[in-house]
Ligand binder design. Structure first.
Ligand SMILES: [Zn+2]
Length: 287
């Protein structure tokens, strides 16, 4: 029994200084590739302009009750595994921090064989693709310092998943980038709805993704809708949850109609369905 106080003491040491400060909650407990990571930070002092930083990936925070701050940062699908540092920073000042271990998460691999002519892009198509990628990257770099939405997110299309998030493809034996979103079943013309309040940041007809809409929701959260047959919104407009933003189609490089739905958190590719679940936890903290 006399060892018990030591055990208690060691446990408190293991809990770490961040917990002792009582100011930083991270959800979920385990950081995994392709998953969202939420924080609730209570720095105990006003901290205007405070940000969350995960290995240099930064996102703004929104005020929450009790002088706390809430926000989200993503663990990218290709984030290096191992130790990582999560910090709440105000400029270069670190207000709170937590050491994490980023774990690998396997999303599966599939092998595809296609005609060799689809493997290489013509120079004009490559140039077009690069220009379209740059436009999307500019949106993903957005860090609107306010949380435009409130409440849990809705699904943009209530239907079956026909293409899972994160799966890697080997096309004719060559690795391709993993599936950065989820494919939802839908016939041409099926309405696609905004899952939460946001500002339409990009409407663009692209080579690979076909007609796409990107919505900036603030705090570094951007959602995307691809292969549409029609866009029902204009760039710059603010959309409300449930508002029809486009119609399902088969535009771009696809084998059939479906909605490709994706979510980026501070630029990181995360499972959009996991983000919808995470938005409920964020809502509980933000109330
Ligand atoms: Zn897809």
């Amino acid at each position: 029994m006399r060892f018990l106080p030591w055990a208690v003491c060691l446990l408190s040491l293991l809990a770490g200084p961040a917990l002792a400060a009582g100011g930083l909650e991270v959800w979920p407990a385990q950081a995994e590739q392709g998953q969202p990571l939420l924080v609730k930070a209570c720095p105990g002092q006003p901290a205007p302009g405070a940000e969350i930083s995960l290995e240099g990936r930064r996102a703004p925070l929104a005020p929450a009750p009790g002088g706390c701050l809430v926000g989200a940062v993503g663990v990218d699908l290709d984030e290096p595994t191992g130790p990582a540092l999560l910090e709440i920073r105000q400029g270069e000042r670190v207000l709170l921090s937590r050491r994490l271990t980023i774990k690998a998460r396997g999303y599966g691999t599939r092998q595809i064989t296609v005609d060799g002519k689809f493997m290489e892009l013509k120079p004009e198509d490559l140039a077009r693709h690069q220009e379209e990628t740059a436009k999307q990257k500019a949106v993903y770099a957005s860090r609107l310092p306010s949380m435009l939405w409130s409440g849990p997110w809705q699904t943009p299309l209530d239907s079956a998943v026909v293409g899972v998030f994160g799966r890697r493809s080997l096309v004719n034996g060559q690795p391709r980038s993993p599936h950065g979103g989820v494919d939802l079943r839908g016939g041409v013309g099926t309405p696609v709805k905004a899952p939460a309040v946001g500002r339409v940041a990009l409407v663009l007809d692209t080579y690979f993704s076909g007609l796409l809409v990107l919505i900036d929701h603030g705090l570094g959260v951007v959602s995307g809708y691809r292969h549409l047959s029609r866009a029902m919104v204009e760039q710059g407009r603010v959309v409300q949850p449930g508002q029809v933003i486009g119609l399902v189609g088969a535009s771009g490089r696809v084998t059939g109609p479906h909605l490709h739905f994706d979510v980026r958190l501070a630029g990181a590719r995360v499972d959009p369905l996991a983000w919808i679940l995470a938005s409920r936890q964020l809502d509980r903290w933000a109330r």
